[in-house]
Design a protein around this ligand. Structure first.
Ligand SMILES: *Cc1c(COP(=O)(O)O)cnc(C)c1O
Length: 497
């Protein structure tokens, strides 16, 4: 199978090249030329397999330039019970009224980013061997919290790689900061930047385009690469858990084969919900894809009106991983919905860059309405949902997953549709302990993070996951704080050690 670019349909590369490059030269995203189908027999056969074997079967359809041995090496090293706290890798919790919570946070950093970032290092090093053999891969990441930690855990001590993470000094939660500054591994570096997330992101982009840095690194046989969410190597692993969950629900006799399900996703950069769309294209029977946003509801408006307009107030919310005004992966969806019309994609995303706005045509707007339903809620509604679900069902949601549950509730009221529904849960509640504590307990909060967590555990009869608890006794290894202009120097210093 080949991959084209959303901004140049004529371009064709194999998956290894798409994964090593991340972004195509003209700025487009790599998309599979066709979506492989899963037959009824294939889906039924998946029911009796474990996660690793399901993952293997699905990857084999997309990464056709990988050998059997290469793919098995990747999936077995990523999806095992050393990295995840359950053999099932993802768990399904059953709530009332046909709702299934798909827990995607059983990995080492307790957020769904682990589902892709545990395997990306193996996909990337295998791809590099095929395309740029012998080069060291140096990963650079700018993070607002979850991605940095998940990438650090994924790449730590992976031979042939190193990773540098930059985060805004005052822009991450106390737990997220602890998780990153106590990171273990011999090939990792973490540095705070005096500035906000945009400063970190711009600093990383500047390093990527700095010819001087590139030449110095090339002399040492080092190639810079990125682990951000537009890389096909991060998207492909996300298709697997939707297919796997469908097979599991059939196996558990919760649904019959062929029965349609809705899928609800708390959305930011549109990667996770796009993966659900790909699962549908592969043949998983999906009724509606429900796109849930927080107060940054640019996607709700887009799906409902066909106008994407990022010229609006930016809100800092209790679900920070969804605080985003440009959802990059939407470009892939629109490429497919326009019948792979790269000219239209260039026009629309050119307009987004120059004026912050574009409007899709009537045909795409109609297709969006058929495939998706979109809704949003604010922080007050998010916390009310956490409280309600806990009181009524004794299930503790994190702030992001609560947005999804609330928007699904609105969907059901608006449509009366009672199709069984998979709701993606993207983080463990203890990652966002303060807001969750406020939602279920209210009142004053202790300043100390671990005191707060102890109170939350007592109030809800739940337990903080082991990887978060472990940060309490770990030494802080990375205390550096730099000006944004110094980021290039930090990378060169680290890579010359
Ligand atoms: C990244 C993230 C999201 C958003 O996912 P996208 O694929 O960017 O839409 C939602 N919730 C959590 C907890 C995340 O870390």
């Amino acid at each position: 199978m080949n991959y084209a670019s959303t901004r140049n349909s004529a371009l064709k590369v194999q998956s290894a090249q798409a994964i090593v490059k991340g972004l195509s030269d003209e700025g487009g995203l790599y998309v599979p030329e066709s979506i492989p189908a899963l037959s009824k027999d294939e889906i039924l056969a998946l029911c009796d397999k474990n996660y690793v074997d399901r993952a293997y079967d699905i990857f084999a359809k997309f990464l056709t330039d990988f050998s059997t041995d290469e793919l098995r090496y990747c999936v077995e090293n990523a999806y095992n019970d050393k990295n995840f706290d359950t053999k099932n890798i993802a768990e399904i919790a059953k709530l009332k009224e046909g709702r299934y919570i798909l827990e995607l946070w059983h990995g080492p950093t307790c957020a769904f980013k682990d589902m892709a970032l545990q395997i990306l290092p193996y996909l990337l090093t295998t791809s590099a061997k095929k395309t740029v053999d012998g080069k060291q891969i140096a990963i650079l990441v700018a993070t607002s919290g979850d991605t940095g930690k998940a990438a650090l855990e994924g790449f730590k001590d992976v031979p042939g790689t190193s990773i540098s993470v930059f985060y805004p000094e005052d822009g991450v939660s106390p737990m997220q900061k602890r998780q990153m500054t106590t990171q273990e591994g011999n090939n990792v570096n973490v540095c705070a930047v005096k500035g906000n997330f945009d400063d970190c992101q711009n600093g990383v982009k500047a390093i990527f385009t700095d010819k001087d840095i590139e030449a110095k690194l090339a002399a040492n046989n080092v190639l810079l690469s990125s682990a951000n969410s537009i890389n096909w190597g991060r998207l492909a692993p996300q298709i697997i858990y939707y297919v796997s969950t469908y097979a599991q629900l059939v196996k558990d006799k919760e649904i019959e084969y062929g029965e349609k399900v809705n899928i609800v996703v708390p959305t930011g950069n549109f990667g996770n919900i796009l993966a659900a769309y790909y699962a549908k294209l592969m043949g998983i029977p999906v009724n509606k894809l429900i796109c849930a946003s927080n107060a940054n509801n640019v996607l709700t408006d887009f799906i409902n009106t066909g106008v994407y307009d990022r010229n609006r107030q930016f809100f800092t919310t209790v679900s920070p991983s969804m605080d985003i005004l440009i959802s990059s992966n939407l470009e892939r969806l629109l490429y497919h919905l326009t019948g792979e019309n790269d000219a239209l994609i260039n026009e629309w995303f050119g307009a987004l860059k120059s004026s912050g706005r574009y409007e899709v045509n009537a045909d795409v707007k109609k297709k969006l309405g058929e495939l998706f339903w979109a809704g949003c809620c604010d922080d007050t509604q998010t916390k009310a949902q956490i409280r309600k679900t806990f009181e009524e069902e004794h299930y503790l949601l994190d702030t992001h997953s609560a947005v999804a549950v609330k928007v699904y509730d609105d969907y059901r009221k608006a449509t009366g549709d009672d199709t069984k529904t998979i709701i993606a849960s993207t983080a463990n509640p203890y990652k966002f302990g303060r807001a969750v504590y406020d939602a279920v307990n209210g009142g004053d909060q202790p300043d100390d993070e671990f005191e707060l967590i102890a109170k939350l555990e007592a109030a809800t009869d739940t337990k903080m996951p082991a990887p978060l608890a472990a940060t309490k006794d770990k030494a802080v290894r990375f205390e550096g704080v730099v000006e944004k202009q110094q980021m290039g120097g930090v990378v060169l210093d680290f890579l010359s050690k």
